[in-house]
Design a protein around this ligand. Structure first.
Ligand code: FAD
Length: 399
């Protein structure tokens, strides 16, 4: 495994750096610096800049609008965007349903949906999980029944934890089309216009005070049959393909590196008695352990990239990356909260709504508690870490 970048890769990295410095929306940067909540428009402002440049979908094939980057260029891209604190592009269109559509969709479906995913015109959400069907996803019960004329499905059921569904124009849903078949064999993959009558989106407010996830109720929702991807009752094939894509990007190595840098900055200036917090051997040890674990994870990711580049399958690496990556993301927020100490407590989002008083304590402390609570999700979504361990036990250890 050669870890040196070639001169062309270094030139690419410089081009990326210059592009971000020039083109990242100033208003978005301002809101991030202030710690303000980001709106749909904020998310889309960066999306549109990347779409115009042709860089919005790093992993897509060129024929569908990808930039034709190598795995190493994609790695450089994720490093540089994290380094520059760029917001993350919403994954539901670009990373999840887009690849399903170009892999399993018809020519009409590709022409209809892919350009609008790239441009950001359609915001997508993922309707997989249900109350009672999370880790055991194949037990899902949302039912889709074909009308007598075979032109539509009538969908009834409930989805939950649907991230950002409050903004979504479209959702991709797993629905049961054959209740008599074996679980995995009776599921279909439907694209549903979220404005269709019969859909109700209700917020779930999370521990950090955020409106990020929702419940979605479907009552007699009429969906044209041409919105089904792939064959009826073969939706599990699309679902598994998509989950593999979801997990691959979930390690967040580049963002965690930036997170640790931030912890070092904070702990280098925050005082613990008469010395900086970073001089406290207990705290310093935790930072050092975190850095070592992240370096090990980075090398595992690089090995995965080297395997991909040489055409070898990635085996269980995606599962390892998911477990370790998510644990590291959580540990970073734990160290930030520890550094904030009491100043982390009063800034629970929502308490200060409409309040024009500046919070006490350092500015960086305001978001430590919400982000600590928010990041508890990382070991649950994308397939919980316990379930990832089961997969490794089976695939790698043969247990
Ligand atoms: C913030 C957030 C955002 C999400 N966004 C979306 C979204 O946009 N769309 C969507 O469809 N879903 C979404 N999810 C749902 C997510 O995929 C599920 O929460 C996840 O699959 C776990 O399912 P569950 O919550 O039903 O927990 P359960 O499956 O009930 O699991 C509960 C606990 O039991 C453990 N467990 C379960 N089965 C096993 C087993 N076989 N062996 C060992 N331990 C086991 C789990 O690890 C977990 O600790 C989101 C979840 C969160 C937290």
């Amino acid at each position: 495994m050669n870890l040196e970048f070639s001169p062309e890769e270094i030139a690419f990295r410089d081009e990326v750096r210059a592009f971000i410095a020039e083109s990242y929306p100033a208003q978005l940067r301002g809101k991030q610096d202030e710690g303000d909540d980001l709106t749909k428009e904020d998310f889309l402002s960066w999306h549109r800049v990347l779409a115009a440049k042709g860089w919005i979908a790093p992993a897509w094939p060129v024929e569908y609008g990808g930039p034709g980057w190598t795995a190493t260029q994609r790695y450089i891209w994720s490093e540089e965007t994290a380094r520059a604190d760029c917001i993350r592009i919403m994954p539901f269109g670009i990373t999840m349903v887009g690849p399903v559509i170009y892999t399993f969709g018809t020519a009409e479906q590709k022409a209809r949906f892919l350009p609008r995913i790239l441009s950001g015109e359609d915001w997508w959400c993922q309707g997989y999980s249900e109350p009672g069907a999370g880790s055991d996803l194949a037990s899902l019960r949302t039912r889709a029944v074909l009308t007598d004329d075979g032109q539509h499905y009538i969908v009834n059921g409930q989805k939950t934890w649907t991230t950002m569904a409050q903004h979504a124009d479209w959702g991709f849903f797993l629905v049961r089309t054959n209740p008599d078949a074996k679980q995995q064999e009776g599921i279909s993959f439907l694209l549903i216009d979220m404005k269709t009558p019969g859909i109700t989106v209700r917020p779930i407010i999370t521990l950090g005070g955020e409106h990020e996830v929702n419940e979605v109720f479907l009552e007699d929702v009429k969906v044209p049959v041409e919105n089904r991807i792939y064959e009826e009752n073969k939706g599990w094939t699309c679902a598994k393909f998509l989950l593999a894509h979801e997990r691959a990007g979930i390690a967040g190595v580049a963002a965690s590196k930036r997170g640790i840098e931030r912890i070092r900055d904070i702990a280098g200036t925050e005082m613990d008695g008469d010395r900086p917090l970073l001089a406290n051997p207990f705290y310093r040890r935790k930072v050092a352990e975190l850095e070592m674990d992240l370096t090990a994870l980075e090398f595992t990711e690089l090995r995965t990239l080297a395997n991909e580049a040489s055409g070898k399958g990635s085996g269980a690496e995606a599962n390892v990356l998911k477990i370790k990556g998510s644990e590291i993301q959580q540990r970073i927020t734990e160290l930030a909260l520890e550094a904030a100490g009491h100043y982390g407590a009063p800034y629970f989002r929502g308490f200060g709504e409409g309040d024009n008083e500046h919070p006490i304590g350092p500015d960086w402390a305001t978001r430590t508690a919400p982000s600590y609570f928010n990041m508890r999700k990382t070991t649950i979504y994308g397939g919980s870490n316990e379930v990832q361990r089961n997969i490794i036990a089976k695939m790698v250890l043969g247990l």
